[in-house]
Write a protein that binds this ligand. Structure first.
Ligand code: A2P
Length: 343
């Protein structure tokens, strides 16, 4: 069956990657609707060699849509998701708006793809940092279980959207020329204080919470438990923005429930779905954002046992935040929806 697909946020950093993904993957598309704000109405975007015109999103835009892929920000999702569902569409939402709603499955196909069939109109795509971590940890979770996960992230600016990428470019150029560049977006566009990200690191991704964590950190903590369906996993996170355009890196310490053999852990990771093991420190082999951006998989390296706790394992996890962290995961969910539908 051919389906009508809408992409809300089609002109954004993630939206653009969703279109590239839809071009490459297998969903049979009858009609594609590209939606954004009024600012982009009339703009032409290439899809499979043809020009498709971007329309301003309205509730009526979702009339006749089977699958709607949302990545235009949480507020926009809150406004339009109920309208799309009312008109019979299934929404795959990339924002934080519905992720912790108990009625909404939070899905990474390699980890809990079976949850897709429980949807009531909305399926949430997890946070980019959460997605790559849970893909890497899934086969280890199944084999050993976890007591503790301690993660520190090194997150690319594209996670804050196309304007943030522009800001890093301009700030870098300005700094090298001895000027001060624009400071409008980082770390969080809607907050009043802005800091340079070029030649800097900023220990704040998303807004502050009452407990002293940032929202990004709390997303990683809550979403990991929901995806593994295990409230007992003790997750903690420190999320840091770094001057990288594309590709999030993560230092992950995981305390397994039992002692483990490192060779077995490597073998499990090597065979894990969606994972590429790139681990040979002696030969300087490890994943880095520059090598892995543009790829759909999650890359794991620096696999080693803690020097103190024999149940402790350290990993370095890298993935393209715009692809597996967002667009690829959403399109994989859409593919599963289509194949379930035709069964
Ligand atoms: P537009 O380009 O018209 O502003 P990014 O994450 O890269 O910043 O992209 C955000 C995406 O969300 C863009 O496609 C943007 O469209 C879209 N968007 C932002 N606000 C709205 C809105 N109120 N209604 C529909 N789309 C929106």
């Amino acid at each position: 069956r051919e389906v009508t697909v809408a992409v809300l946020g089609a002109t954004g950093a993630v939206g653009e990657q969703i279109l590239r993904n839809l071009e490459e993957r297998s969903i049979p598309i009858k009609e594609l609707r590209l939606l954004a704000s009024a600012r982009s109405a009339g703009k032409k975007v290439r899809f499979k060699g043809e020009e498709v015109e971007v329309q301003e999103a309205t509730p009526e835009s979702f009339e006749g849509v089977d699958i709607a892929l949302f990545s235009a920000g949480g507020g926009v999702s809150e406004k339009f998701a109920p309208e799309a569902v009312k008109r019979g569409a299934v929404v795959v939402d990339n924002t934080n708006a519905f992720r912790m709603d108990p009625e909404v499955p939070l899905v990474v196909p390699e980890v809990n793809g079976d949850q897709i069939r429980h949807h009531k109109g909305i399926i949430a795509n997890p946070n980019c940092s959460t997605i790559q971590m849970v893909v890497a940890l899934k086969p280890l979770f199944d084999r050993f279980g976890f007591d503790r996960v301690i993660v520190s992230t090194y997150q690319a600016v594209s996670g804050s959207g196309a304007q943030a990428m522009e800001e890093l470019t301009e700030q870098s150029r300005a700094a090298l020329e001895g000027r001060q560049g624009p400071r409008e977006i980082m770390p969080v566009g809607k907050l009043s204080k802005h800091y340079p990200i070029a030649f800097n690191t900023i220990p704040q991704c998303d807004v502050a919470q009452d407990n002293g964590y940032t929202l990004e950190e709390m997303k990683m903590i809550r979403e990991t438990k929901k995806i593994f369906d295990d409230e007992s996993i003790g997750v903690t996170a420190t999320c840091v923005r770094v001057p990288v355009f594309r590709g999030h890196s993560e230092s992950v310490y995981v305390e397994l429930k039992e002692e483990f053999d490192l060779a077995e852990v490597r073998q499990i990771l090597k065979e894990g779905e969606g994972i590429i093991l790139q681990d040979d420190i002696a030969n300087q082999e490890y994943p880095m954002p520059l090598d892995t951006s543009g790829r759909d998989e999650v890359f794991v390296g620096r696999v080693r046992k803690d020097t103190v706790n024999s149940r402790g394992l350290n990993l370095w996890v890298v993935s393209d935040n715009l692809l597996k962290g967002a667009a690829t995961n959403a399109v994989q969910i859409a593919e599963k929806l289509v194949s379930q539908d035709s069964q």
